[in-house]
Write a protein that binds this ligand. Structure first.
Ligand SMILES: Nc1ncnc2c1ncn2[C@@H]1O[C@H](COP(=O)(O)OP(=O)(O)OP(=O)(O)O)[C@@H](O)[C@H]1O
Ligand SMILES: [Mg+2]
Length: 378
């Protein structure tokens, strides 16, 4: 299954655009601010019903326009699928598959698997634990529908429990039994989520380490550790122990919503000691492992769409070349890459004898480039 056609109306800096893609590598080249990343984000919307960058849908509507529409036609297995995402200011987002509207967006997640690699991923290293949990959840929920449902239920129970803690403080009365109702729900939904995260990481980590080795070609060892309150004690016990603290700070301090991933290189914190290039390589290895994992676990064994934003960001030429060779392997399907230099990627692919389709992006207009038009690099 690959994205054959993409149409945009009033999406970010695009007034209107219609593009036809090839089933393998597609490159968007253009100056800063021309709209390359916005195209990747539109493709991200179609798979995951949301932007990779801005969670507020209305801010992705072209300034002053009343709505945006993103449409995609996917082709594969002798059938076509039509996806539609429409956002109107002040209204609920509408998402349709083959003209039929979803009741719950969660039903769509995982049907068109996708992996995004972007300079914004540095947030995974520099940001708080929330971004790392989001990464974990986004990988697992693209292949395990029950996981996402459990997570939604868990988060609901969590906000109810937090509300109750605040209510106890306001009223000056504490009712352990009514708190236990929410404790039970946290345990019912949280324990399977913890087990699934553990199971996932046990399979994921060796794939990730293999990718790091291949990309870096160097001797450093990378690790990824799962930190959870539940690593050392059962959920019920941990909740009991945390109760005095929860009551004093008025929110739940124990549970899988506090989980974290510890990124390490040669035994040290990656954030504190890794170079920019090493950190970027670590992130690339994480995302390529996500790709392999989703491909292996998707029902139809379909290759996810891979989006590579700003591929030269912090990588030296040899790592870019290695990465391009990896994504040209047959296990990869459709890939979209952005670069600020018009010829750099097509010439590299030419040198590696890999076919690619190139689009030149200029301030909201997109022009397909014929390979004869490419100029050698000076
Ligand atoms: N809601 C919006 N309405 C209109 N324009 C928008 C909106 N959101 C973003 N833009 C514009 O989109 C442009 C940025 O596009 P994008 O991030 O895709 O650029 P890019 O080609 O990836 O640039 P770079 O090479 O710097 O990464 C900016 O000019 C920005 O002002
Ligand atoms: Mg960009």
């Amino acid at each position: 299954m690959f994205l054959k056609e993409l149409s945009l109306i009033h999406f970010k800096n695009y007034e209107e655009a219609r593009l036809e893609f090839g089933p393998a590598i597609n490159c968007f080249a253009g100056d800063n601010g021309s709209g390359k990343t916005n195209l990747l984000d539109a493709i991200h919307y179609l798979s995951l019903c949301k932007s990779y960058f801005n969670p507020i849908d209305s801010q992705n509507i072209r300034h002053t326009a009343p709505f945006f529409v993103i449409q995609g036609i996917y082709s594969g297995n002798e059938k076509e699928e039509n996806l539609y995402c429409g956002v109107k200011r002040g209204q609920k987002k509408v998402f349709k598959r083959n003209q039929k509207e979803y009741e719950r967006l969660a039903e769509h997640i995982g049907a068109f698997p996708l992996v995004m690699i972007s300079p914004a991923d540095s947030e995974l290293i520099e940001g708080g634990s929330e971004s790392r949990r989001r990464f974990l959840d986004s990988v697992i929920s693209q292949y395990d529908r029950r996981y996402l449902d459990q997570l939604i239920q868990y988060n609901r129970a969590l906000s109810q429990r937090n509300a109750l803690l605040r209510q106890f403080a306001d009223s000056g009365q504490f009712d352990k039994q009514s708190l236990e109702v929410w404790d039970m729900k946290l345990i019912d939904h949280g324990a399977p989520l913890y087990e699934e995260r553990k199971r996932f990481l046990a399979e994921f980590i060796p794939i990730f380490q293999q990718h790091y080795k291949q990309l870096s070609g160097s001797g450093e060892t990378v690790e990824l550790r799962y930190d959870s309150n539940l690593n050392d004690s059962a959920f019920a016990e941990a909740l009991e122990q945390a109760l005095p603290r929860d009551r004093s700070i008025l929110h739940s301090t124990c549970g899988i919503h506090r989980d974290d991933l510890d990124f390490r290189m040669d035994g040290h914190s990656l954030r504190k000691t890794g170079s920019q290039g090493q950190q970027k390589t670590y992130l690339l290895a994480l995302k390529l492992a996500q790709f392999d994992f989703l491909r292996l676990h998707h029902d139809a064994d379909a290759a996810p769409i891979l989006l590579l934003d700003d591929i030269h960001d912090k990588l030296d030429e040899s790592r870019v070349k290695k990465l391009m060779q990896i994504i040209a392997e047959p296990r990869f399907g459709q890939v979209f890459i952005t670069d600020t230099h018009a010829n750099r990627l097509p010439l590299l692919f030419g040198e590696l004898r890999i076919n690619c389709r190139v689009f030149c992006v200029q301030k909201g207009a997109i022009i397909p480039v014929e390979s004869d038009d490419l100029q050698p690099l000076s």
